[in-house]
Design a protein around this ligand. Sequence first.
Ligand code: GLN
Length: 476
Amino acid sequence: MSLYDKTAHELHELLTTKKISATELTADVLSRVDEVEDKIGAYLTITRDKAIADSKAVDEKIARGEKISPLEGIPCAVKDNICTKGIRTTCASKILENFVPPYDATAYGKLTAQKPVLIGKANLDEFAMGGSTENSGFHVTRNPHNLEHVPGGSSGGSAAAVAAGEAVFALGSDTGGSIRQPASFCGVVGLKPTYGRVSRYGLVAYASSLDQIGPITRDVTDCAFVLNAIAGHDDMDSTSTAAQVPDFTKSLIADVKGLTIGLPKEYFVAGIDSDVETSVRNAAKKFEQLGANIVEISLPHTDYAISTYYLIAPAEAATNLERYDGVSYGARVDGVDVVDMMTNTRTEKFGAEVKRRIMIGNYALSAGYYDAYYLKALKVRTLIQRDFTDAFKTVDLILAPTAPTAAFKLGEMVSDPLKMYLQDVCTVPLNLAGLPGISIPCGVTNDGLPIGFQLIGKALDEATILRAAFTYEQIN
Ligand code: GLN
């Protein structure tokens, strides 16, 4: 029996009924890694010995008759911009190639309290800047459904690992779509929680007002279990919310009767692939058949979301990445004096996309341009937030494509950053507004590549998102 392609909740059942052991499960996933990792390239670090040792501990606990947590013994991957104490955390950047954090990110620490088995740290676009994982400073990751295609990004390694059976679930991070878009490209489930729902402490900062950690899983049930594990207030992150964390597994109810779901007309625009549009509209029809009320809505400032995001995110990135100066963290390239050393370090160790964003960000923040660019972007951000507030006066959820296309070919967009940025049209508005959103598989293109759709909820209302997503999943 192959185990690597099962969900966490199925495996939990097999573990607790002693049909399988945790060591057997970890061995199965590790042998799957041996079989496919050369082709996929999902990982930057594989924690094989730790995985084997941790799985043994779970078996000993089961043998003692102790109860195990829902994620205990379940093999997982963690995006390599999430700090793991004693385990290299590179952000897929040469500048952090040998960085070993002295502490755990809070979300990872909460996860480890449940004792899953870490298989490794997953590849990403350098510092999470990108949408294809081609910007990794180390190697590309390929889409398990078609090796000529990208897995999406920036959490491409996490999504590909889950889709390829190299992990049962993963943690990703989402600043402008980096959990949802790769989940959609790889045919898995990905949830970006409400801003503040999960602590950002120990998530290496890209754009701090947008970043959020979340689950990438094989189904909605697993998504609820992982969110349960990582959510909650953290004194170490002043932006984490004090709001109560419900038990998200209580939302796994197959019932959407009476829910009103809005279809924003601005998300079905020129540039959207016809296969994607058809599948997403079919998903809306299914919700209608299930008793939901579907209405067309308008989010009028959607058109400005990309420009707004690509000013705010680089501005924050330029500031956050100042710390990599050859002194405080990471790599150093010598120079004749300190300025020369810093210049050499940053020139040699940052990749092209990271440098591009530092330049855009510093430009937008510089005296003389601040008002015209950064400040204006903040004002438009407020308008985008208001669009959602207005829409949620009449709807419970918003349904939209996750991305305008399915996974594109490797190399197809890297030389055209603007084209790549435009891919983020359906995902960045949520980050700008701080709202939660999930991507769920809803079909495949004529070429057999997965398509996903997004359910967007009110702030802190992951519960309704999960309920609707679970309902949809039951009929599919
Ligand atoms: N593709 C977007 C970007 O390049 C989103 C990245 C992310 O969510 N980390 O900024």
